[in-house]
Design a protein around this ligand. Sequence first.
Ligand SMILES: N[C@@H](CCC(=O)N[C@@H](CS)C(=O)NCC(=O)O)C(=O)O
Length: 277
Amino acid sequence: MDASFRWRFENKTGTDRVPVFRWAVCLVIHGSRSGIGSKLRAPIVIARTGPHDMRLIIGNANYSTWSMRPWVFVHRHDLPVTVEFHDLFTDDMSAALSDRFSNGKVPVLVDDGFEVWDSLAVLEYLGERFPETAPWPADREARGVARAVSAEMHSSFTAMRNAMPMNLRRRFPGYQPGEAALAEVARIQAVWRYCRERYGADGPWLFGDFSIADAMFAPVVMRFRSVEVPLDDLSTAYCETMNADPSVRAWIALGLAETFEVPEDELDWPGEAITAV
Ligand SMILES: N[C@@H](CCC(=O)N[C@@H](CS)C(=O)NCC(=O)O)C(=O)O
């Protein structure tokens, strides 16, 4: 990474350089109605700057599973990417995306005046742009399988997604997600076991070292925080690795600090507040 990167703090009246804690990397709040925004008297920009001028446009940390994936990758590798958070399904988010060719959804990565959208494509692009992140396993076979399970995560598990939305602020004791969702949870555990047992000997992640495949599965682990599902020992250990990761914890902290609510992502079930990472 280029040593000339600097943290930049901006507000409407000017630019100052100040040190910030690493966990606050890439946080941008654009006149947000969310809790963080109002507390900091937005608009405020905190950005990592350098020769690249990349911007990652994403939704609320509490709910946006697709946003979490590239954010965790950016944070983990300390990439010089400015991040904009927008409240999902609001005019603010529509306005941020309306002049763009992408499909009106987040995440979107803007680089040098063009954009890359869709979480897996964004991760691939970041990996190419910053090869030192080692985005995929070095071994060809492992890399092929890592791409396969990432693509499966990207295109599947609809029953689980619908029954168990990510909600970092709530847990739902006793909630039963239904047979279709549980069958998908079983498939996810089979995928994790396959990767960990065949390719994961060199570390705690699916392919040993952290890769795009882990970024893709991170929100699944977040869903399991809210809705308790039966997990085998290997999956429990993988979830513990994920939950202990500093970048994942930083994302959870952002979600806990937000107050904005998306009613359709709130389960109709008596829940309990989660207040600590
Ligand atoms: N397949 C896309 C899904 C993107 C997506 O559905 N994003 C949601 C937020 S988590 C969104 O922007 N929803 C706003 C909308 O549908 O208007 C990806 O991988 O990025």
